[in-house]
Design a protein around this ligand. Structure first.
Ligand code: NAD
Length: 250
């Protein structure tokens, strides 16, 4: 039990990497807040956790709206009386056309969810963690930041922002007891990536570019998140970890 007695919030916990993380955390003894804009899916995940004997609650939240993020933290404290771990996995995966064709609306939507959402959740969680002198945050960036992938300027820029935000959060709060790290996944087979890549018919062609000759599984990312959230990584803060089947190194 690597997270025995811990309380964790997983945003985007209703699907994909977030869902796998919730399930893994629960098996490791954490009480988990499944925070997602899609309440039905959050409830589904909670049911699965409870059926296997774990503890979880569903909270509906749009991470880009401060009052809802604030309420998510309050519900966490009211229910579990603590907060030790925040995993920022909520995200909007998109393909967009070249920059001249990207609408302001799409740019703002992606930045709001992927970047402002991480800022809001971090801002709301930090006071509790700092107060105790202990806390862990794991952010989901993307391997798309490594090569300036052309499939979406707003997506890749938002994820590059998450990486920098991770470093700054660590530099400002590590001395106050909070560890912050970020993960850069390559192609992981989730409803989110299937939705985007599948529509364009690019999922299988992308897989061909991965030296491991397959996409990643959400549970493989969840295990990395668990490592970064647990005491096993107690001396690690402010870094980005790539999990991409060897794609960046070819
Ligand atoms: P997913 O689409 O399967 O799950 C994302 C979840 O976030 C969904 O349940 C969705 O409802 C929720 N969400 C979306 N907007 C929200 C909002 N405003 N407030 C709260 N919840 C919201 O995605 P996934 O593939 O599991 O990705 C998880 C994270 O990992 C994302 O940040 C994504 O950008 C990142 N990532 C994924 C991949 C991949 O290949 N799957 C690669 C790199 C990075």
């Amino acid at each position: 039990m690597k997270l025995d007695g811990m309380v964790a919030i997983v945003t985007g916990g209703g699907s994909g990497i977030g869902e796998s993380t919730v399930k893994l955390f629960a098996t490791q003894g954490a009480s988990v807040v499944v925070a997602d804009i899609d309440y039905k899916n959050a409830e589904r995940v909670v049911e699965l956790v409870e059926r296997s004997g774990g503890k979880a609650i569903a909270v509906q939240v749009d991470v880009s709206l401060w009052p809802q993020v604030d309420a998510m933290i309050q519900t966490t404290l009211d229910t579990f009386n603590d907060l030790n771990i925040l995993v920022n996995a909520a995200g909007r995966q998109v393909h967009t056309p070249d920059i001249t064709e990207v609408s302001e609306d799409e740019w703002v939507k992606v930045m709001d969810i992927n970047l402002k959402g991480v800022f809001f959740c971090t801002k709301a969680a930090l006071p509790i963690m700092v107060n105790k002198g202990q806390g862990v945050i794991v952010n989901l960036s993307s391997a798309s930041v490594l090569e300036g992938q052309t499939f979406s300027a707003p997506y890749s820029v938002s994820k590059a922002g998450v990486e920098m935000f991770t470093k700054i959060t660590s530099s400002q709060y590590r001395r106050r007891g909070v560890r912050v790290n970020c993960i850069l996944p390559g192609l992981i087979d989730t409803p989110g990536s299937r939705n985007v890549e599948g529509k364009l018919g690019t999922f299988d062609s992308f897989v061909k570019t991965i030296p491991s000759a397959r996409s990643g599984r959400p549970d493989e990312v969840a295990h990395l998140i668990l490592f970064l959230a647990s005491e096993e990584s107690s001396f690690i803060s402010g870094i980005s970890v790539v999990i991409d089947g060897g794609r960046d190194a070819q």
